[in-house]
Design a binder for this molecule. Structure first.
Ligand SMILES: Cc1cc2nc3c(=O)[nH]c(=O)nc-3n(C[C@H](O)[C@H](O)[C@H](O)COP(=O)(O)OP(=O)(O)OC[C@H]3O[C@@H](n4cnc5c(N)ncnc54)[C@H](O)[C@@H]3O)c2cc1C
Length: 490
């Protein structure tokens, strides 16, 4: 991560021997990590570019323990960095180097508490791994749609706290749309029990939405009631070589009707991204080599099993692709004939972050603009960045149906991290100025964390920042919940 703001003044009292003894009483030896070596995975971010400190990593086993730990910290002004799978890309889960408080890891709270197939809901603890939730839903012939590259290690509490997006937002919405109820430990240790399975509940402010997307700055999510959907029964995955980003917008726009409203995912990939993955991720295979810079991963899925004699998803997709080829938008296409082929296509898309980490230093901007303005943004944004550093290597990709681009660049070949950092301020300003001038967002799905705290302050209005600060001060007056993340208080 480049361009991270310098260590802010984070007001936290130290963890005294007396506080440590009480922590040990609450969570037991099993729930406390004090050894410096053992703490490393919890104080280092996923990219390995941020390393912080913590007096202890505390791993409670249930809500009561979380509540007692938070109350103890509140009473002693000890700061808390909540942590799930530590896959966040904005440094939100990584303590600052000056952090003298604790990391509170939810990893031991990993139980699925209830599945209600008839009511299409599931109740889980915050430390459940996303993939476990998907698999549990599938085991009940149901579908939990949140899906992203880190699903094997990110946890639902982290997903909700970042309001994660992923590859199914187009159809199901982002994480906050997948939730019916929450249980949250507040900054004073009180437990808010909002664990209701209600689709309709207009009883005042909808409190759960305060905590989703708050990145651990307002409280600790301990449990959630999640919405489920019917399991997909007829799925067709295709990899398309397309003319350009404008073709992608037009293809998607026509795909809704052609698929009978069954578009599940539509991911824009550049040739450079695909090659990056093929270079670094063993076992991946190029689904299609064509003379174009742009590709689309398009998936249609229906919960209706394919009927004998009736047109299924793949028949409809074939007809659609033939029409799109005739229109000159699709240049070539491969429809997955087996699950292995479909899996390979998805693996390429999902491995871009891993491949970029292996490639070396880079800059990545998770931005959104109105869907129809994506091509304009790619054109103007690339030009602006290349004017600042002509040898930087663009690797754009995105959840194009959500207007969300991962506008990514690898440093010029041979340029080290430190040198690239010298350009990052100017590039960041150019990208975010453009996004803002197009009424877009400087963070579409990854959040603010530590990385974009100055950018949020720069681009959001005083009115918006004041509302956010008012909420933060009301819910966390001692500023112990993930201080120095998301929002500066002054
Ligand atoms: C390979 C890869 C692919 C990714 N793809 C996507 C993608 O497509 N879409 C997307 O949106 N993100 C993506 N991400 C980012 C990341 O996986 C998500 O942000 C994820 O939701 C974070 O979950 P986590 O459990 O790892 O949270 P963490 O990284 O542990 O924490 C994230 C933030 O939430 C807070 N937090 C964690 N748990 C709690 C809790 N229980 N209560 C309160 N606060 C808490 C932390 O303090 C931190 O601020 C990707 C990351 C990787 C590495």
């Amino acid at each position: 991560m480049l361009g991270v703001p310098s260590d802010p003044p984070v007001p936290s009292a130290p963890v005294t021997p007396a506080v440590l003894d009480t922590l040990r009483e609450i969570v037991g030896e099993k729930g406390l990590i004090l050894d410096e070596q053992d703490k490393q995975p919890f104080v280092t971010d996923w990219r390995g570019s941020l390393v912080g400190r913590a007096a202890a990593v505390v791993r409670p086993a249930n809500t009561q323990q979380v509540s007692k730990v938070v109350k103890l910290c509140h009473d002693n002004s000890v700061a808390i960095v909540p942590q799930g799978g530590n896959t966040g890309l904005m440094g939100g889960a990584t303590p600052w180097p000056a952090h003298r408080g604790i990391v509170l890891s939810l990893g031991r709270m990993n139980h699925v508490l209830d599945v209600d197939p008839a009511g299409y809901s599931m109740t889980v603890e915050a430390g459940c791994i996303l993939q476990t939730i998907q698999e549990t839903a599938a085991g009940h012939d149901r579908f939990f749609p949140l899906s992203l590259g880190a699903q094997g290690s990110c946890m639902i509490g982290g997903n909700l706290s970042t309001n994660a997006g992923g590859v199914q937002v187009l159809r199901y919405g982002n994480a906050r749309n997948l939730v019916l109820g929450l249980e949250v430990v507040l900054a004073n240790g009180d437990v808010w029990d909002g664990l209701r399975s209600l689709k309709k509940d207009n009883t005042g402010y909808d409190l759960k939405h305060l905590f989703m997307g708050a990145e651990g700055t307002l409280g600790i999510i301990t449990k959630a009631v999640l919405k489920l959907w019917p399991a997909p029964k007829d799925v067709c995955t295709a990899w398309l070589a397309i003319r350009d980003p404008q073709a992608a917008i037009n293809i998607l726009s026509e795909a809704y009707a052609a698929s009978d409203d069954n578009v599940g995912s539509c991911e824009l990939m550049s040739r450079a991204c695909t090659d990056l993955v093929l270079r670094h991720v063993p076992g991946t295979q190029d689904p299609l080599k064509a003379d174009t810079e742009w590709y689309l991963l398009l998936e249609w899925s229906s919960s209706r099993p394919r009927q004998d004699g009736a047109a299924g998803m793949s028949d409809k997709m074939e007809q659609f692709l033939a029409d799109q080829m005739e229109a000159g938008r699709v240049l070539d296409a491969a429809i997955a004939q087996t699950q292995t082929q479909a899996r390979n296509m998805w693996r390429i898309r999902e491995s871009v972050a891993e491949a970029s980490r292996a490639e070396g230093p880079g800059l990545s901007y998770d931005v959104s603009v109105a869907v129809s303005r994506i091509p304009e943004f790619i054109g103007r944004g690339s030009k602006a960045v290349l004017e600042i550093l002509p040898t930087i290597r663009p690797y754009p990709l995105g959840h194009i149906g959500d207007g969300n681009l991962h506008f990514s660049f690898m440093g010029p070949i041979g340029m080290d991290r430190q040198t690239l950092t010298q350009y990052s301020t100017a590039i960041t300003r150019a990208v975010n100025d453009l996004v803002t001038s197009m009424r877009g967002s400087i963070s579409a799905e990854h959040g603010i964390g530590a990385d974009k705290i100055d950018e949020l302050a720069h681009y959001r209005s005083k009115t918006e920042l004041d509302i956010m600060r008012t909420i933060k001060r009301a819910l966390d007056p001692n500023n112990i919940m993930n201080p120095g993340k998301v929002l500066r208080l002054s």
